[in-house]
Design a protein around this ligand. Structure first.
Ligand SMILES: Nc1ncnc2c1ncn2[C@@H]1O[C@H](COP(=O)(O)OP(=O)(O)OP(=O)(O)O)[C@@H](O)[C@H]1O
Ligand SMILES: [Mg+2]
Length: 354
């Protein structure tokens, strides 16, 4: 009897794997939404646990479940029961570490486009170059950049027999991007609770292996996704990237306040696009103002960890998939990023950085 029981479950699970969560290329089984199944006579009951209050989601999933079981003789009617759990219930265990990963830091800013991804990529590569085992996780669902910035063409791999996701590797850095899992579906269609659920699952399902450091490249802002991240993984600290002008600093302050609210240490401020020098000249042109990052760091009583120049080589490195710290390590920006990497290493790993 148990053999028979086993076989209908297997067949049903296999069919449910064809049911995609609306808006995602992932199926409801690998998302962990199917809580239980019972077969009474020919009536199948499927229990789902969703985090979205949007009624169209269980409706769509229910219809697809019925469709995928069409023609499967042991089941003639299907009842789909949906429990809607608030996203916080899933995060209620509190932030946790990640197996095999020593330290986890976030690179964040309030304002968009200030250079978080550039700083995260150069930091990751620079630390990998100096012998650390480093992972980089692009947490920007809406505008992932790291695959491009690290020149990574590998797609997502899923470990056979499990639902665990394996990162790619580029320039000695293990790389994973949330955007890679969305397939062709438009991330713009995702709603808040779906993003929360997806983010939590993602952070738990990637198999990083043994890492000294995992760098999370956050999307701009202080919204749902940033909060979900800080509530899901136990961060060892956050780096706040800003440009020198007031409009960026205002948002940087908000980001600092968010991290402090959830007791995440601010490791320091990184001022990007601090100045521009014409090649061959020592004169600094401070295009976005002077000393904004330093003043804010002082105000917040945190270190200013770097002042990174505005440099076309840095932009080119990003677009070409070879961060400037690798492409031009002895150039002015390469040197600044190397120095920044050493400082971060000293802060995070004081015992190995003499
Ligand atoms: N110091 C720099 N010098 C020259 N170009 C830079 C510098 N920093 C960043 N850039 C360029 O500015 C653009 C935006 O940078 P980046 O994508 O790193 O910002 P971001 O803060 O991650 O943006 P988003 O908020 O969209 O995630 C990129 O084209 C990048 O190459
Ligand atoms: Mg970015």
């Amino acid at each position: 009897m148990s053999g028979e029981n086993h076989s209908w479950r297997e067949e049903v699970v296999q069919r449910l794997r064809e049911v995609k969560y609306p808006g995602f290329s992932r199926d409801i089984v690998s998302f962990g939404l199917v809580q239980d199944m019972e077969l009474a006579g020919k009536e199948l009951k499927v229990k789902l646990r969703l985090t979205t209050p949007d009624p169209s989601v269980p409706e769509k999933i229910g219809k697809e479940i019925r469709d995928c079981l069409q023609g499967y003789a042991p089941v003639t009617s299907v009842i789909v029961e949906t429990e809607v759990a608030p996203p916080q219930a899933i995060a209620s265990t509190g932030p946790q570490g990640i197996e095999g990963v020593g330290k986890i830091i976030a690179v964040a800013s309030g304002k968009g486009g200030v250079g978080k991804s550039t700083v995260a990529a150069n930091l990751a590569v620079s630390l990998a170059k100096s012998g650390h085992r480093v992972g980089l996780c692009d947490c920007d669902l809406y505008g992932p950049s790291q695959a491009l910035m690290l020149g990574c063409r590998e797609g997502v791999r899923v470990e056979e027999g499990t639902e665990r996701i394996l990162p790619a590797e580029c320039h000695g850095v293990k790389l994973m991007s949330m955007g890679m899992l969305l397939g062709d579906d438009s991330p713009a269609a995702l709603r808040g609770p779906m993003v929360t659920r997806f983010t939590q699952q993602f952070l738990r399902q990637v198999v990083w292996g043994d890492l000294d450091l995992l760098v999370l490249d956050l999307p701009p802002g202080t919204g749902d996704i940033q909060l979900t991240i800080v509530q899901t993984v136990a961060l060892d600290g956050a780096l706040i990237v800003t440009t020198p002008q007031e409009v960026a600093l205002v948002d940087a302050r908000k980001a600092i306040a968010m991290f402090r609210k959830v007791n995440v240490t601010i490791l320091g401020v990184v001022e990007n696009m601090s100045y521009f020098t014409v090649p061959g000249s020592a004169q600094r042109h401070e295009i976005f103002g002077t000393g904004g990052g330093r003043r804010e760091a002082e105000r917040q009583k945190v270190p200013l960890l770097a002042e990174i120049p505005l440099d076309p080589e840095t932009r080119k490195g990003g677009d070409a998939g070879e961060p400037v710290v690798l492409a031009s390590p002895l150039g002015p920006s390469g040197q600044v990023f190397s120095e920044f990497g050493k400082i971060v290493s000293k802060v995070l790993f004081p015992s190995i950085s003499s």
